[in-house]
Design a binder for this molecule. Structure first.
Ligand SMILES: CCCCCc1ccc(-c2ccc(S(=O)(=O)CCO)cc2)cc1CCc1ccccn1
Length: 240
């Protein structure tokens, strides 16, 4: 693809995020704390503060039957579906479509009492990392969202506090080919999702409020989003 102005930053951040996402949460001694569980979904966080602000890294692992990593990343990346699954979204603007797999978003999220309302500007990049180079390597689809600036939308100029985030949705598709050589159906596929996020909430917000918001909102978000993809794809041919 023709390289654009953000290309080198995107390439570096994507490589770093893929490596980070592929690190397991290790044994319990590695500081990852399981804080939510639902069926195959496990959500972990590390309690970290920067200048007294909560910036807890989050890592979720989920296995969803009947969908592929390409489908998960397609519905996560594409702006036209976002209002269907992102419940805390108040306003989303595509500031720039940089290429067919790279967009610039401005989002304002609904105010969560008692904190002030937040907004965020980030580039979003969809990438397929095929496993052709190393035979048994995993075939990965990923979307990385990473905060950036935009000259027309300076931080904290209006009513919203600007937040800063890096998010990685990393997916690996598993196929159990049917014994009798029949064509692969949705019963023969599943997707292992690793969702990582680090959010700097910008202006000060009480640690207890932030941790309560994340504890409530992140499990809800991942469950709702994956259910949305399942529902959107169930009667469609498989997008590998
Ligand atoms: C006092 C509240 C402070 C901040 C709240 C906050 C922070 C970050 C975000 C958020 C989380 C995920 C993404 S994304 O994965 O890129 C998907 C595209 O939308 C972008 C933004 C949202 C919200 C608002 C509350 C909240 C917390 C988690 C999950 C959902 N909502």
């Amino acid at each position: 693809a023709s390289h654009h102005r953000l290309w080198s930053e995107i390439d570096n951040v994507v490589k770093q995020q893929v490596a980070w996402a592929r690190l397991g949460v290790g044994e319990s001694g590695t500081g990852w704390q399981l804080f939510a569980e639902d069926g195959e979904m496990r959500m972990y966080r590390r309690e970290e503060e920067v200048d007294g602000m909560v910036v807890d890294p989050l890592k979720a692992v989920h296995i969803v039957k009947g969908i592929t990593g390409h489908e998960v990343c397609h519905y996560f990346f594409s702006p036209q579906y976002r209002y269907d699954w992102e419940t805390t979204l108040e306003q989303m603007t595509v500031l720039e479509t940089i290429s067919e797999d790279t967009c610039l978003f401005l989002q304002t999220h609904k105010r969560i009492w008692p904190a002030s309302q937040r907004d965020v500007i980030f580039w979003s990049h969809l990438r397929h990392l095929p496993n052709d180079q190393d035979r048994d390597g995993p075939d990965i689809w990923t979307v990385v969202n990473h905060s950036t600036e935009h000259k027309d939308y300076p931080a904290n100029a209006g009513k919203c506090v600007r937040i800063y985030l890096t998010v990685c949705m990393l997916c690996q598709t598993r196929v159990n080919p049917p014994k009798d050589g029949a064509p692969i159906s949705r019963d023969d596929i599943s997707c292992k999702i690793t969702y990582c996020s680090v959010v700097n909430p910008g202006g000060w917000a009480p640690a207890s409020v932030l941790r309560a918001v994340y504890k409530r909102e992140y499990p809800k978000f991942l469950k709702r989003f994956t259910a949305y993809v399942t529902n959107q794809t169930k009667d469609k041919s498989i997008m590998f």
